[in-house]
Design a protein around this ligand. Sequence first.
Ligand SMILES: *Cc1c(COP(=O)(O)O)cnc(C)c1O
Length: 392
Amino acid sequence: MNYIENRIQRELNILNETGGLRCIPNIGHDGKYISTLIDNVQTNMINLSSNDYLGLATDCNIQDKFMESFDKDLFSFSSSSSRLLTGNFSIYDATESLIAKTFGKEAALIFGSGYQMNTGILPAITDKKTLILADKLVHASIIDGIKLSNAECIRYKHQDYEQIENIVKKYYNKTNAIVIVTESIFSMDGDVTNLQRLVKIKKSYPSVMLYVDEAHAIGVRGHKGLGIAEEQNCTDDIDFLCGTLGKALASVGAYIVCSKSIREYLINKMRSFIFTTALPPINIAWTKFVFNNIEEWNDKRERLTLLSEKIIDKIRSKNIECISGSHIIPLMSGSNEKAISLSDIMQREGFYVLPIRHPTVPRGKERLRFSLNASITESEIEKLCSTIEIII
Ligand SMILES: *Cc1c(COP(=O)(O)O)cnc(C)c1O
């Protein structure tokens, strides 16, 4: 074996021995249910690990409506090229205009995925004379975007607004620009960022800009479903307002809403936009359909809030700390082993909820993570509450 083959084998062995080996689960899908083999019996469970927060991805009625409304001849399963070559279709422009208008912003741009968005925008907009100030817990795609950029970077303690202010005070004279980067709902604890606090800092320092990833909030929060920025009334104040289309919006890809010049600049400088095949027009048509209807799904958003409050209350009633302010809810277990055994019990009770282990989270912060969705029924949420009651 050569050096690389050797290293691959050695590291796989280590992962295997330490219980850290990842594998792609063998699962079946049936609407909001997942099935896997438990003790050799095919078992159906409610999927509490998906990002389909509004239940749109499993709603056949909505998909039928879309299929009825669209002209099959117009749409293709491949764009066959980058947007900048021949991969642009009129449906792209129509969808981006609609997204921009829905947010009341000048412009929008669609990307192949959230990963491509975050790894592409940050290196494009920053340089050596820029400081990126990023939350300690931002998503891997943002961390990779920072690594690909030439900017200086400081990671601040999770949602520590005083620390942000102190760093800005210290650096705003020594650097040309500061970009504060955060998510609006964090994926591990489901806690919500105070965007208004960040806007206040931005307004005191003209060289500060805000970059917010609403991956877990778009569709779910705000009266129109436009995320935490809408809920906290600061859509206009966020320079790079980003989100993904593959979670609550049940499509694929990602978007930024921003000024016209930022959009134009990204088209010219963002490598993960330029050097990749554009998403198929059919996906863009579906995204457009979803944005056309997003404001109508308030009943789903309210339902999700109600379900989330029930689970958070249940966990807190057992004296377990839960800082979630959303539909993403951790149940702290304290160790990998405990997280795995809790997940095992949950699955036997009919709930597909997965353990989040070290090294994804620090030691001592291992947990189960519930990702709720609006299609969970009354009897299902009652059973979920009583199962939590039993296992704690
Ligand atoms: C899921 C997620 C992404 C990645 O989006 P994809 O479209 O799945 O690539 C980026 N940022 C955050 C915060 C996410 O949760």
